[in-house]
Design a binder for this molecule. Sequence first.
Ligand code: NDP
Length: 337
Amino acid sequence: NRRIVLNARPHGEPRQDDFRLETGDIPVPGDGEMLLRTLYLSLDPYMRGRMSEGPSYAEPVALNEVMVGGTVSRVEQSSHPRFAEGDLVVSYSGWQDYAVSDGSGLIRLDANIERPSTALGVLGMPGFTAYMGLLDIGRPKPGETVVVAAATGAVGSVVGQIAKLKECRVVAVAGGPEKCRIAVEELGFDACIDHYAEDFAEQLAAACAQGIDVYYENVGGKVFDAVLPLLNTKARVPLCGLIAHYNDTELPPGPDRLALLTKTILIKRLKVQGFIIFDDYASGYGEFASTMSDWVKAGKIQVREDIVEGLENAPQAFIGMLSGKNSGKLVVQVADE
Ligand code: NDP
């Protein structure tokens, strides 16, 4: 059994030697338990938070413990009454080949699921995040302008596509010309602005001639800076993530713009709401899962995945995601289906 453990707490950007690959025995399930084989491991930005100590909404991973993570796993042995050998489940097995489970928290996948890895992306946690954040907090109306950051990523690509289904004008923000091409030509967004461009703020303003009604925030930093003056009165800002800050070790240098931010919230009567998907919306999962799987089957939502082969490549892929190397939902294929 190979497992990747947290070797050291990163300072700033994580490095390869903050992780360590260990090999040990395959665990043995007890009575009523089962042995799970990891087929796919999901890599997600929240894992950066788990690598650090300090106050957050979840406990950090302990040093020398296996990195946490959602997986699609196959039941290899079972004495659990509800799961049989061969079943596919979404589990929280972490960065390792095998895990033992007593069944709690597992979601069984339909045996006929076409692409099991999508249960970690569009049909799983990131898709659910996009769906609830946009529809419950953003509340987009036809004809409104929706701006979405990290627009070709796991969450952003789904946010923009749902906003198109709701008949909005979608202005994407992504890193580099190739991602912007994907955003417009493949995902069908109305425009895409490259946040690396020198005149990014001017280009964004030009693309949002009617202002911004919904800003789906995944990033923070200079993207939010450029969005703030363009927000319309009564705009909604689902505050989903701030990936531009996850490697920060201190507050960025001034000037201090807190007064500008609070004044804009007041005079424009903005609704800015943070959310943590399963803490805030667990009861909405069933509705999401059936709606999204219908949309995907009908070709209304496209699936974008970036699949990396081999558990040993997880640390590099994770580090790369924090600087935009992924395109679509980042998943590691750990074993053959
Ligand atoms: P993505 O697949 O979008 O990958 C991350 C992307 O972020 C990168 O590809 C890159 O895209 C972009 N990015 C990274 N650094 C910067 C930067 N400095 N400035 C601008 N863009 C940057 O990840 P997810 O879709 O899984 O997650 C998106 C966001 O949603 C994250 O902030 C995550 O923490 C949050 N999230 C929140 C949840 C919640 O419950 N609140 C649940 C799930 C996710 P590009 O190359 O285009 O810049």
